[in-house]
Design a protein around this ligand. Structure first.
Ligand code: GLY
Length: 276
């Protein structure tokens, strides 16, 4: 994803094109079981996708509970660009995608169906720490004009309740961009990100002088220091970028990583973490 985004940025494309097409790489990868096609289904066996995208002008688009279409990120972009709305959900979102020419696809692969059948034997419902190693993809990019965009796409928590929506399509929670300041994106247990409006918080902290790294750390601290926080049982991670191109990443537990493509180097970093 980062390689694709970098190639586009190098050839002068916008940060919006870069994050959309980067995210599409993971959505199409059937071996990635938490994004796009091949994603693990909800407890009833349905694969439902959530995604959002935000550009440097502060426009945004979001798609929620989308079935049968692989490229949720592109549908989110079209919602931003071609409708008067920010968010479309469920059947309406799917109908909108067909009106754009998208074809109905089967998103549940044999592997994900077998994993789901296996899960059903116990039907135990609890988030698994570091399933986030292959969770939601969140991308932030800054282009040659210095404009920042972000995208976020996921099939959500594996074996979630039917109808469950996480943080990824919620502007301000899963993703937030302010072109004057920077951008942030979240991964991990969406419920905990929504409760602290995590990505907006990271950007606001940067506006108030925090570095991207310190802003991610403070946003994680807000989650773990909540009264009765059971953070030992779940993972959340943030990545952030500011207007100068400085970046940061931080998570609650070990196992969260960020990939950064800069100056022709595509590098994956293990994130620092809280763990407590
Ligand atoms: N962060 C993805 C989700 O909770 O759905």
């Amino acid at each position: 994803a980062t390689k694709k985004a970098w190639d586009l940025l190098e050839s002068g494309s916008s940060s919006l094109d870069a994050v959309e097409q980067g995210c599409m790489i993971e959505e199409a990868d059937v071996n990635n079981q938490s994004v796009g096609k091949g994603g693990l289904p909800d407890r009833d066996g349905n694969v439902t996708l959530d995604a959002c995208i935000m550009n440097s002008k502060g426009d945004c688009g979001s798609v929620v509970y989308l079935k049968n279409i692989t490229h949720a990120i592109s549908v989110a972009r079209k919602i931003m660009e071609e409708t008067p709305h920010v968010m479309l959900a469920g059947v309406g979102a799917e109908k909108f995608a067909y009106s754009l020419g998208y074809k109905k696809e089967k998103l549940l692969t044999d592997k994900s169906r077998l994993d789901w059948l296996d899960w059903k034997l116990k039907s135990e419902y609890k988030p698994i720490i570091n399933i986030e190693n292959h969770d939601t993809i969140g991308m932030l990019a800054i282009d040659k004009n210095g404009d920042i965009s972000g995208g976020c796409t996921t099939s959500g928590l594996a074996y979630k309740m039917s109808g469950r929506v996480g943080d990824s399509p919620i502007i301000g929670s899963g993703l937030f961009i302010d072109n004057e300041v920077g951008g942030a994106v979240a991964t991990g247990l969406g419920e905990e990100v929504v409760k602290t409006v995590g990505s907006f918080l990271v950007v606001e902290l940067m506006r108030n002088g925090y570095s991207p790294q310190k802003a991610c750390e403070e946003a994680i601290r807000r989650i773990v220091s909540k009264k009765n926080s059971n953070y030992k049982d779940f993972q959340v991670g943030y990545i952030a970028i500011n207007k100068s191109g400085e970046t940061g990443s931080y998570s609650i537990h070990d196992g969260f990583s960020m990939t950064k493509y800069e100056n022709n180097l595509n590098k994956t970093f293990k994130s620092n973490y809280y763990s407590g």
